[in-house]
Design a protein around this ligand. Structure first.
Ligand code: CS2
Length: 490
């Protein structure tokens, strides 16, 4: 079948929107690191809207830090891809033209540094997932023992990590007399901008204290809250789009109508008119971020482990079960009490909208996808609200059930006995801790001892430990659905 590209795009049926601007006339103003589906469905759509409105500064060079897969999907399509927005039976398709080039950083790291050092580049966005920041999830300290970090601390001629690339490019810009770019983290980390800045400064200081000072003074690392559910594209999605359009698009992404981007008002230089294209610029992102991480992502992680153990494949199926919905509401009741919502965020309305988003059956969002990298996600999603409640003497039954389900998940066996691979950068650590720990109490104690995940405040809390042990025991004896039913019956 014919592939989508600059020369074939006119074969798309007329109902599908496509770039109305002259792609040959756009400049590269953005370099994006970590060009997965989320970037293509979220930030790239905003920059595309800026281009469509006539501000031609915001073309994107995207880079993968690891695999050539996205390059291989996009290069034959001249960077074009379809953004497929699904809402129940309704589907809207728009072709995005903002991405001008895709690089594979390990193949040519110097090319990425050069792209980031170009005078016209004002913004570097990142979606490298939680683990890509190379920070200890519990403390936020740079993982100096990580091989890639160690390499970047020795030599930045060919950087390997996202913060390493930023340091190399900022050093080059400073030497050339250019202003720094604004580095915008778009990952679900608490205080993502400060964390990125800390990693960058730690690496820069290793080379040149005056470089670190210059970055601290002139650079900008705004905090952000990003939100859009973007499930991994599957072969059947590509086939369904091809059946509708007559062209094959290997780089398509599917998503929901909802999209939110809250950015702290802190920029080092030029930026698009973000507000005009739907982003919120604010002085304080933290309350937005906390609400999103604890309500949306916290529920997601609970759904991932409890659903995954029960053999529920998709998020919409989980919230389609009476006990699934009941669990999500119970978790939200606990988490919501720990929030200080910003003006403009109505928590009951937010919760109702979230439930409707989770119930969107056309997204086919897999519990397995969300279960990935739990060690990096638990602290901000579940452990922070747990600590806040324990500090106030409040119960944590539902939140702890989600953590206990994560603990059971580390055993690599679901409620039916089926075996799966735990996909997590700390999988070897959790497996080693669990080896030889037989009883629920021993397993809880073994996992609570992982300092990179559990802060001392939680690891040393006897009541929390007892609650986890009770939940883990019931999960093992009766399974995930029965454990939820027991929680809801109380
Ligand atoms: C999900 C998020 O996979 C996950 O961990 O919880 O990717 C979630 O879909 C997004 O944060 C929604 O904005």
């Amino acid at each position: 079948m014919t592939r989508l590209s600059a020369t074939t795009i006119d074969l798309f049926p007329p109902g599908i929107a496509r770039p109305a601007y002259d792609r040959g006339a756009i400049a590269t103003g953005v370099v994006h690191i970590g060009i997965g589906a989320f970037h293509r469905a979220h930030q790239a759509a905003l920059f595309d809207a800026a281009l469509a409105a006539g501000d031609l500064r915001w073309g994107i060079i995207g880079a993968s830090l690891r695999s050539p897969a996205v390059h291989d999907q996009m290069a034959p399509q001249d960077g074009l891809y379809s953004l497929v927005v699904r809402d129940g039976a309704a589907e809207d398709v728009r072709v995005i033209g903002a991405i001008r080039e895709v690089q594979v950083a390990p193949r040519d790291p110097a090319a990425l540094v050069a792209a980031m050092s170009a005078p016209g580049v004002h913004i570097v966005t990142l979606t490298v997932t939680e683990k890509g920041y190379k920070l200890d999830p519990a403390t936020g300290a740079l993982l100096a023992g990580d091989d890639d970090v160690a390499a970047d601390l020795r030599d930045l001629a060919a950087p390997r990590t996202a913060p390493g690339f930023i340091v190399a490019a900022l050093a080059r810009r400073r030497a050339a007399g250019l202003a720094p770019f604004t580095a915008i983290s778009c990952d679900n980390l608490p205080h993502n901008g400060s964390r990125l800045q800390a990693a960058v400064l730690a690496i820069a200081a290793q080379y040149d204290a005056s470089l670190a000072d210059w970055i601290a003074q002139h650079g900008a690392f705004p905090e952000t809250m990003v939100d859009r559910i973007v499930p991994a594209t599957r072969d059947e999605d590509i086939a369904a789009l091809a059946a509708r359009t007559g062209l094959e698009d290997q780089a398509m992404v599917k998503t929901e109508p909802f999209s939110q981007w809250v950015i702290e008002d802190r920029f080092a230089g030029e930026r698009p008119d973000f507000e005009r294209f739907g982003a919120q610029i604010t002085r304080s992102v933290a309350p937005w971020e906390e609400a999103k991480l604890r309500l949306l992502n916290g529920a997601h992680s609970g759904i991932a482990y409890l659903g995954g153990l029960a053999g529920v494949d998709f998020v919409h199926q989980f919230v389609g079960l009476a006990e699934g919905r009941g669990f999500v509401k119970a978790l939200w009741d606990e988490a919501a009490a720990t929030l200080s919502p910003p003006p403009g965020l109505d928590i009951p309305a937010y919760r109702a909208a979230l439930m409707a988003r989770f119930a969107n059956s056309s997204l086919q969002h897999r519990t397995r996808q969300i279960a990935m990298d739990g060690s990096q996600k638990l602290p901000q999603r579940l452990l922070a609200p747990i600590a806040a409640r324990l500090d106030r003497g409040l119960p944590v039954e539902a939140l702890a059930l989600a953590v206990a389900a994560w603990m059971r998940w580390q055993g690599g066996r679901d409620d039916s006995g089926a075996i799966f691979t735990v996909d997590d950068p700390l999988a070897a650590v959790t497996a080693a801790k669990l080896a030889g720990a037989a009883s629920p109490a021993d397993r809880v104690a073994a996992l609570l001892a992982i300092e990179a995940i559990f802060p001392p405040r939680l690891a040393g809390d006897a009541g929390f430990r007892a609650t986890l042990t009770r939940h883990l025991a019931l999960l093992g004896e009766a399974g995930s659905r029965a454990a939820i039913a027991s929680l809801l019956s109380k």
